[in-house]
Ligand binder design. Structure first.
Ligand code: FAD
Length: 596
């Protein structure tokens, strides 16, 4: 009789959302107090593991790396039905970045030999979504990220992968590492005995001092900048909501982006361009160019846009117009359909051969899939979901690049620095306004042939584009957010308003959970954060959603049942009016604006 399979579920203990506190001395988030919970997305992974066990009888083993207090997360997993629990606990693990975390977890994977490793989509504190793919790269396993509907049979896992524009059906040969995109939290079903938690030290895990913790981390949080922003809110009754004024605020002209000419460039900053299924580029590809140009002068750097794998030939021209000084097309002689190992191989080969100073990729569904693997393969520091760059010591030969990263619901900005060159980062969509900076001239395009090495153990069965405009919503100037239960009438009018250029629709997690909107439009702590000029929330809104739009220029909630004090500090106005009435005003105003 073959030995039953094993599923390893990685869970992290995180601060209670909204309660996280940074230790100013260590620049780490405090995890030694009782204000912690099990990372909710990891419970979705545990639920999937328990469902696979119900089908296969495989053992479910929960693992966490963290301080002694993190044992509570393992007891939580045991109470919800995990069979075993392993705690990687040792002072030498402290201060680990994602690569050092992944190294510790990878050693446990080698020790346990699971058929499947499941992680959450990302954590609510670091939120980089890097650890899963980095574990996969370090143990040489295939991966799928942001998975739902996971099924296991005959040594193969089948699942749906959530992309920025829809869903794809994939299969992957086991063993594999899979990050779970969304799901439910399994209930407590039993008591847990603390003595059932096995502990492992760095020594017992093997590896040297340069593998783990701060010493094994190619990145570090350089400082903590507090930026709690209180909004002095006003409350309007039915009147006081002026749709035309709102449109004016949303579409106020933004300063043109100046052409940047670097006289004697001595470095290169690369940006990764991401073609979208059905044509065009993920808008975050152009934002990455704007981000690179924001520091090109200080760094005396050329901006190079990299197209992984051969792409339609008009894309270099779009990249050149948006600021690429050169376009590098990595030709791997394969069809342009996205595959993790293809893009990881192409980028890793090119970066290793040419050593740019920095590489910026989109924090998109694809970017979260390949960028961590590239960083793990090359042992480079990767800052996930950053929003801006700064240069320190620009006039020296070794300037520091600071990757600014919002944390703890954007109450804090944590500049991250990498010891490695190049350093890598994934840019949060919606962080930069994109503008064409050139309207003439021809791009300087270079083709480089690269080979895809890894066996391809992942197979795309079907690729569905369901929300083609999904990636564009992060760049919208006016975003309308749908709360749950608005009714089809209001949603129809909102869709008509959102059909106007520069306006986009998003949905709260509660509306997505009620299947009133596709997951690609979700904003909130378990989804994305956005920073439009104006956020207009319609209907019931929760604090998590409002924290996800905290960086917006103006935040207004229209909800007849809302009261100002429940959203104090997070909104500029609460309009207690009928949602459809406000939407019709807006529809009139947008059609008026379009006609003028
Ligand atoms: P993610 O990569 O988002 O986690 C994905 C999944 O991996 C989780 O859902 C969980 O299933 C699993 N997982 C993650 N951590 C553990 C764990 N300790 N034990 C078991 N399973 C786990 N490090 C970087 O390399 N780059 C950064 O940009 C970066 N930014 C940071 C910003 C802040 C504000 C803070 C506090 C830390 C940052 N770190 C960064 C450090 C990073 O948070 C830690 O390394 C953390 O252990 C893993 O990163 P994450 O929280 O982003 O996890």
């Amino acid at each position: 009789m073959s030995t039953p399979g094993r599923i390893l579920v990685c869970l992290k203990q995180v601060p209670v959302p909204g309660r996280g506190v940074f230790d100013e001395r260590t620049k780490r988030i405090r995890r030694d107090d009782d204000q912690t919970v099990t990372n909710p997305p990891d419970l979705h992974a545990l639920a999937q593991a328990l469902a696979v066990r119900a089908e296969t009888g495989w053992e479910v083993v929960a693992v966490t790396m963290g301080p002694p207090a993190a044992a509570e997360t393992l007891l939580d997993a045991l109470r919800r039905g995990a069979d075993r629990a392993v705690h990687l606990v040792d002072r030498r693990f402290a201060g680990a970045d994602t690569l050092a975390t992944a190294r510790a977890l990878a050693r446990l994977v080698a020790r346990e030999g699971p058929d499947l490793v499941l992680t959450g989509r990302w954590t609510l504190d670091g939120g980089t979504a890097q650890v899963g793919p980095q574990v996969a790269e370090l143990v040489g396993l295939p991966q799928l990220t942001q998975v739902t509907n996971l099924r296991v049979g005959d040594g193969v896992l089948s699942a749906d992968v959530e992309t920025d524009v829809g869903r794809e059906a994939w299969t992957v040969a086991l063993p594999a590492v899979v990050s779970v995109g969304r799901g439910a939290e399994p209930p407590w079903v039993t008591e847990a005995d603390p003595s059932a938690v096995e502990t492992l030290t760095a020594e017992e895990l093997g590896g040297g001092p340069r593998d783990f913790g701060t010493r094994g981390s190619p990145t570090f949080v350089a400082e903590i900048r507090h930026q709690a922003r209180e909004r002095s809110a006003a409350e309007y009754g039915g009147v006081g909501f002026d749709a035309a004024e709102l449109l004016e605020a949303a579409f106020a002209p933004v300063a043109p982006v100046a052409e940047v000419v670097v006289p004697t460039p001595s470095r290169e900053i690369w940006t990764v361009a991401e073609p979208l299924p059905g044509g065009g580029l993920h808008p975050a590809s152009l934002e990455a160019l704007a981000c690179a140009r924001s520091v090109a002068c200080d760094l005396r750097a050329t901006v190079v846009a990299v197209l992984p794998c051969d792409q339609p030939h008009d894309l270099p021209r779009v990249l050149y117009a948006h600021g690429a000084d050169r376009v590098l097309v990595l030709r791997c002689g394969e069809p342009a359909e996205y595959r993790t190992n293809l893009v990881t191989d192409a980028l890793s080969t090119a970066i290793a051969a040419r050593s740019p100073f920095a590489v910026i990729a989109p924090f998109s569904a694809r970017g979260r899939d390949y960028a961590p693997r590239v960083a793990a393969r090359l042992g480079l520091g990767l800052t996930g979901d950053f929003t801006a760059l700064e240069v320190r010591d620009a006039d020296t030969d070794e300037p520091d690049l600071l990757w600014l990263k919002p944390a703890l619901s954007a109450d804090v900005i944590a500049p991250v620095i990498a010891h490695s060159t190049p350093s890598l980062g994934t840019l949060r969509p919606g962080s930069f306004t994109t503008r064409a900076v050139r309207d003439q001239g021809e791009p300087d395009v270079e083709f480089a042939d690269v080979t895809a090495t890894g066996d391809d153990l992942c197979t795309a069965v079907e690729r569905r584009v369901e929300v083609p405009d999904g990636p564009r919503l992060a760049a919208a100037r006016l975003v309308i957010g749908l709360g749950p239960g608005l009714g089809t009438g209001a949603r129809r009018v909102a869709e008509r308003v959102a059909a106007t250029r520069g306006i986009a629709l998003v949905a709260t997690s509660a509306a997505v959970a009620a299947e009133e909107a596709p997951p690609q439009l979700e904003i909130g702590p378990l989804a994305r954060s956005i920073a439009p000029a104006v956020y207009l929330g319609l209907g019931r809104h929760d604090l998590g959603t409002l924290k996800a739009v905290k960086a917006a220029g103006r935040v207004i909630v229209v909800d007849p049942d809302a009261s100002l004090d429940e959203f104090a500090g997070l909104v500029d106005a609460v309009v207690s009016a009928n949602v459809e009435g406000v939407l019709l005003d807006l529809l009139l105003a947008t059609s008026g604006a379009a006609a003028s």
